[in-house]
Design a protein around this ligand. Structure first.
Ligand SMILES: [Zn+2]
Length: 298
């Protein structure tokens, strides 16, 4: 019987301990927010655009047009809203999206926001071998820097997951933070196989993501089940909890999902509410730098 055929209930202790030793949450990192702010609000937009279709090798013109909506209508609508309230946010952009829409990325940077890594073509990094994952991560960083002139300091993996090699690739690329894992609501230091890495995790959560509530699939009969008012209520309760704890409210959205006329108000009302409660709006990179300063230097 090979190792892979051994059922988990017969695994030796060493094997299940080793499985849970990768990308673990180490020291909690809870910075004091600038100007006595009650909490930090880190808004993010994953600009998948056409890569949502291309990543699986799809060429459906209809689905690609859905991606184009994200760039044509979605991103400008988001940028106008952020400007109206004078708040900064982070955009996670696959290299292919950046090359399809370089002006969009340059505008994002020019307006004070952050761009982070989000794969080459939104490939599922957790399924790749080390060389492919590393090469694509470096090529994507070069592509984003080539378009915007700014080297990204953070990543959100397209699969919201790590392969056994992702941590190594992130360290080799010299990134400050990752925002793909979920072991806390506040930032923490990533610990890999027992070794504190100095890399900050800004945790995500599927419940603080627009996609699970609003996604639909024509053939699979998957339909949105939560009305926009319900999604707003969930996000606001998450924000209220962060305000009470003095912690972090991190939110993930997508230009092609959150910007239709019946939904964009969710973002606007959240921003207005958070501002009325004295929250500090920051990019993920700004939050990560404050958190990283709490990690003791060896
Ligand atoms: Zn994505």
């Amino acid at each position: 019987m090979s190792d892979d055929e051994v059922p988990p209930w017969r695994w030796p202790e060493e094997r299940w301990r080793s499985s849970v030793s990768r990308g673990r949450a180490g020291a909690p990192l809870r910075p004091k927010w600038p100007n006595g702010a009650r909490c930090a609000v880190a808004l993010s937009f994953d600009s998948d655009h056409e890569t949502n279709e291309l990543r699986d090798g799809g060429t459906s013109i209809g689905r690609l047009s859905w991606g184009q909506y994200g760039a044509r209508v979605g991103a400008p609508r988001i940028l106008a809203l952020l400007k109206k309230y004078d708040v900064r946010a982070s955009f996670y952009v696959p290299a292919v999206s950046a090359m399809l829409y370089p002006d969009e990325q340059r505008r994002i940077i020019a307006e004070g926001h952050e761009i982070g890594l989000h794969g080459w073509i939104h490939e599922l990094n957790s399924t790749l071998d080390y060389t492919s994952e590393r090469d694509l991560m470096f090529a994507a960083a070069d592509a984003l820097e080539g378009v915007t002139g700014v080297r990204p300091i953070g990543i959100r993996t397209p699969s919201w997951d790590f392969s056994p090699h992702t941590m190594k690739c992130i360290e080799e690329l010299g990134l400050t933070y990752d925002s793909s894992l979920m072991a806390d609501e506040d930032c923490y230091e990533l610990v890999h196989e027992g070794r504190p890495t100095g890399i900050v995790e800004i945790p995500v959560e599927w419940i603080r993501d627009d996609a699970p509530y609003f996604s639909m699939h024509r053939m699979l009969s998957l339909r949105p089940y939560t009305p926009p008012e319900g999604v707003f209520d969930i996000f606001k309760r998450e924000l209220d909890g962060a305000l009470e704890a003095g912690g972090l409210f991190q939110l993930t959205m997508h230009p092609h999902i959150i910007t239709p006329r019946s939904r964009i108000w969710i973002v606007e009302d959240l921003i207005a509410y958070a501002q009325s409660r004295g929250a500090w709006f920051a990019t993920h990179g700004e939050v990560a730098r404050l958190a990283k300063a709490l990690i003791p230097k060896n």
